[in-house]
Design a protein around this ligand. Sequence first.
Ligand SMILES: [Cu+2]
Length: 177
Amino acid sequence: MATKFSHALTTFVIVASMFSMSMANKDWFLGSGSNYSDWWSRFRNHHHNKTQQQPRNIIVGGSEGWHFGFNYTDWAFKNGPYYLNDTLVFKYDGPNATSFPHSVYMFSNFWSFLNCDVKSAKMLASPTEGAGEGFHFVLEKWQPYFFACGERNGFHCNNGQMKFAVMPMFRPFWPWP
Ligand SMILES: [Cu+2]
């Protein structure tokens, strides 16, 4: 129970901090924030190339792809920030003799995400849609997105760590140095 609780707390803190970063970004975007230097010092070391203006294609899990037993919460945290119109690419093999099938589901709220309640989630991609170029999902709304694998009734989500949240931010509209 204690483990479950600390997991919940950790996940909540990560999601909350991603959300607050976006809030800060929005203030800045609207010109009403005084936190420019904070925001700047937090992110200047992350992505300071000129291609930052362009939406990114982000392969979920990087070279690991989308599979059982990889910590996607950690991956998502380290690979941020995410911006509106970035594309997440989920790559996984279709059902075959040597690997388990996977899929991509989206939860409508934090609590079903936390509990891996895949029954209430919406399927975005079936087990066959991750092959080849992978399944592409564009982060087109300014909202938190909660993703998971929906296989084995939440087992991949719960025990396989195949879940993560992202909160896309508004993209700065002038070139980065
Ligand atoms: Cu899976």
